[in-house]
Design a protein around this ligand. Structure first.
Ligand SMILES: [Mg+2]
Length: 373
């Protein structure tokens, strides 16, 4: 037995050095909800999620008021039972969004705690598929004021020079002609053998616009088109998937296994981008990934390489971790004390117990918008 003694949460707000943009919005700062669970065995576990540009405290509030009462005094190893209890307690408020993020970070913290307690890196506790390193793709290619197609090409080329064999850029914000100039510059810069992923961040509202873009983009041999429509517009994802040879990817803000089953049943995505910090934690991520495997579909988890390196390393149908090499877009790395290393486009797996890092207390205090409680 290992009894949960305390659960604390905090909200932090980390400004971006340079406001960054994608097709549908601009981001000035990022809020994160962090959680720490301690047990009577003397071990702890941590979890975290993105809480949006504003109101990240909705997640911490759900941890404190809705979920903590369900968990105190329970056995940390009863992970499946506690997931079900949290889900049931949150039925009216949750099932997706901030409350599912709260369930996700607690579930992650339980897995981290239990891996630390048995002195194993999380991917080994989960049942490793890889034990040394996993493939990663370099994510970036954002829209910035004054950034030219050549600048974008140089940025993508720098990832290839650093050993990456797959890169991702944002698409769908500019006119078709400007978008073509960006894609052409990227393909020219990285050469024919590097995979180029495209992220549209819900750029299109209608099928004809998406088809028009894809007819142009297909000449540059992209590897996938990500989030072409609103996540709720599953039918248009399906229609686009029928009309382009480029695989459709989506799911980064989807939650719960049932919604992913709908994407799979409708053949609306050939790549799921499940995020364990969104979908219901490590537990739900594994259910979704196992189901996707039965459909012959891969899962390429959405950002947070520090967390997803463990899940890719323990899932045979998860070919890539999404990697952000600096803190200009995803600035979560400022909140933790250890950074993963890359080598030849692969992320080296941590050897230390649990997730393999701790929160950086000093930086968290600097960025905190409330207090640990
Ligand atoms: Mg995306």
């Amino acid at each position: 037995m290992s009894i949960i003694k305390d659960i604390k949460a905090i909200t932090v707000s980390v400004p971006l050095d340079n406001p960054t943009s994608f097709s549908s919005r601009q981001v000035l700062k990022r809020e994160y909800a962090l959680v720490e669970i301690t047990s009577d065995s003397g071990h702890k576990g941590i979890g975290f999620c993105y809480g949006g540009s504003n109101a990240g405290a909705l997640v911490t509030q759900a941890v404190r008021e809705l979920l903590r009462p369900v968990l105190l005094g329970e056995d940390t190893y009863r992970v499946e039972g506690l997931w079900q209890a949290m889900y049931q307690e949150a039925l009216l408020h949750g099932r997706t969004g901030s409350v599912m993020r709260a369930i996700s970070i607690i579930d992650t913290a339980l897995w981290d705690h239990n891996a630390r307690a048995v002195n194993l890196p999380l991917y080994k506790l989960l049942g490793a598929h890889e034990t040394e390193s996993v493939p990663a793709y370099a994510s970036g290619g954002y829209y910035l004021e004054g950034k030219t197609p050549k600048d974008l090409g140089n940025e993508m080329r720098s990832h290839v020079d650093n050993g990456f064999r797959a890169v991702k850029l944002k698409v769908g914000r500019e006119s078709l002609a400007k978008e073509e100039a960006r894609l052409a510059a990227v393909r020219e810069a990285v050469g024919p053998d590097v995979r180029v992923m495209m992220d549209a961040n819900n750029a299109w509202r209608d099928l004809p616009s998406a088809c028009e873009f894809m007819r142009m983009a297909e000449s540059y041999d992209p590897y996938w088109i990500e989030e072409p429509f609103s996540p709720d517009d599953i039918d248009n994802h399906q229609r686009l998937a029928e009309r382009t040879f480029v695989p459709v990817a989506t799911g980064e803000i989807e939650a719960g296994r049932w919604r992913f089953k709908e994407l799979l049943d409708k053949q609306a995505a050939m790549i799921l981008q499940t995020d364990a910090a969104v979908c219901g934690g490590v537990t739900e991520f594994r259910r979704i990934t196992a189901t996707a495997a039965s459909y012959g579909v891969d899962v390429c988890p959405h950002w947070f390489h520090d967390l997803h390196v463990h899940l890719v390393a323990s899932s045979p149908n998860a070919p890539y971790v999404e990697h952000f090499g600096d803190d200009q877009v995803l600035n979560f790395r400022r909140l933790i004390d250890t950074q993963l290393k890359t080598e030849n486009g692969r992320l080296l797996l941590p050897k230390t117990p649990g997730l393999g890092f701790d929160f950086d207390a000093k930086n968290i205090a600097n960025y905190a918008v409330d207090e640990w409680h």
